[in-house]
Design a protein around this ligand. Structure first.
Ligand code: EPZ
Length: 423
């Protein structure tokens, strides 16, 4: 295992270029590998362990995937396997994305049931309900989801769950519906930028999806999808993480390759807290001309404040003056990082779904542990602002979703070293 050794205190300055979106490329690669009838080429693909894990899942199904200079060349193979085994699926929940496309393409699928994870229970009932609405029979037996259908048939459904729209269920059902007979309407669809990018990609493959970017998607089924070429959108959460890193170090950072439309709520909250954001056509300049002040944040589906930025925002608010309250409405147990931030001198109390943050004047470096991707990211961000040395262990979580984060930060003037963790 590896760790980061961070010497805090440096003011970040310069330009950072944002990579392609992890949460967009995962379903897009699935669509290309399973639904397409020819080679697809994806550009701006981030070099992440999650992309490698998904590639292994798709290769296990029979696709052929090659990476060259930031692009993925994906060749679907005619005779695909219909089973995604536990060994591969357990490494990454997004493997569930193969379920809908496999049923649409092969008439059946057997996919290991993904488990919970460090951010709480993560059910897949909406994925299953959506596919059943499309005329699939779905069974859960011995740890596997079995789905089967002679012919998927379009239907009108609402996919909103207890916690609002589901990114994964929207993607899964939308992909399956592209090859169903007739028209499917998904109401209560997720509207995240990565869902929009997936829908745009599917249309480039020959799908007929209307209402892209809204909560009502209309999908007219087609007989066949072809391969295509696509440039993946930039990663809104990586961008938000660098915006926070610039702000918390009192820096002057240009975050390149992001638009305000991709990240409206995070921008608004940072501005409300006193961060100066100057948007240009190519990105945003982040500076902190005045004292940072407390703000309240509630995570909700897009276009609201994303749960995937909650941890980073908590680190940021831990040094903003006053009392902030963060309410986590999407992933109920996503607060493990609070205890690690407290070890660095933050003052955060948890009350159910709320974190109450009393801003402190400074954080101190400490040995801390990443428990998931974004919980790892906040520890790096906090380490940059903290006095002295922070050692973040279990950074394999961070490598799942941030491409070369230490190189990007060191280019901005940070002092981070990646080292083997031999303890
Ligand atoms: C996606 O996960 C992202 N992952 C997550 O990003 C992100 O946190 C999440 O969306 C919310 O934005 C990928 O895109 C690969 P959901 P997903 O279905 O699709 C409940 C990161 O840090 N729900 O939108 O699994 C669910 O429990 C990761 O990059 C059901 O109840 O999330 C949650 O409370 C972590 N039944 C809410 O809906 C279901 O069948 C939203 O989950 C499905 C979900």
């Amino acid at each position: 295992m590896q760790k980061f050794i961070i010497n805090g205190g440096a003011r970040l300055e310069g330009t950072v270029k944002i990579s392609g979106s992890k949460n967009a490329v995962l379903p897009i690669a699935v669509a290309a590998a399973i639904l397409g009838d020819g080679v697809s080429v994806l550009h701006n693909v981030p070099n992440l362990t999650d992309v490698k894990t998904l590639s292994a899942v798709l290769e296990g199904l029979g696709a052929s995937i090659n990476r060259k200079n930031g692009s993925l060349y994906i060749e679907p193979i005619n005779r695909m396997e219909y089973e995604a085994p536990y060994d591969l699926v357990r490494k990454m929940r997004a493997s569930i994305y193969v379920l809908g496309p496999l049923v649409a393409k092969l008439g059946r699928a057997k996919v290991s049931f993904p488990g919970g994870c460090a951010i709480g229970p993560r059910p897949v009932d909406l994925h299953i309900r959506g596919l059943e609405n499309l005329n699939a029979n779905v069974d859960v037996k011995k740890g596997y989801i079995y789905a089967q259908s002679e012919k998927l048939i379009g239907s009108d459904m609402n996919l909103t769950g207890q916690y609002g729209p589901s990114v994964g269920a929207t993607a899964n059902v939308m992909m399956a519906a592209t090859l169903a007979e007739g028209t499917t309407i998904i109401r209560g669809a997720a509207r995240e930028p990565h869902i929009t990018d997936l829908a745009t990609f599917l249309n480039a493959m020959g799908a007929e999806i209307e209402g892209i970017g809204t909560s009502k998607l209309t999908i007219h089924g087609v007989k066949q999808l072809h391969g295509t070429e696509h440039t993946v959108i930039s990663d809104d959460i990586e961008a938000g993480t660098f915006m926070v890193a610039g702000a918390i170090t009192n820096g002057d950072v240009f975050v390149e390759g992001i638009t305000h439309e991709q990240i409206p709520a995070v921008s608004d909250k940072l501005s409300e807290s006193g961060v100066q954001l100057n948007w240009t056509e190519t990105g945003v300049q982040v500076t902190t001309p005045k004292e940072l002040k407390a703000v309240d944040v509630k995570t909700v589906p897009f276009p609201g404040f994303p749960t995937d930025m909650q941890a980073q925002m908590m680190g940021f608010l831990s040094v903003a003056s006053g009392k902030s309250i963060i309410t986590e409405n999407v992933h109920t147990d996503r607060f493990i990082h609070a205890a690690e931030l407290n070890r660095m001198g933050a003052d955060i109390k948890l009350e159910g779904r709320k974190a109450i943050i009393n801003g402190v004047s400074y954080l101190s470096g400490a040995p801390v542990m990443a428990s998931d991707l974004r919980a790892g990211a906040v520890l790096v961000v906090a380490g940059l602002a903290a006095a002295g040395e922070t050692i973040v262990s279990r950074i394999y979580h961070i490598d799942r979703g941030y491409e070369a984060i230490e190189n990007k930060l060191n280019n901005l003037g940070a002092d981070i070293v990646r080292a083997d963790d031999i303890t």
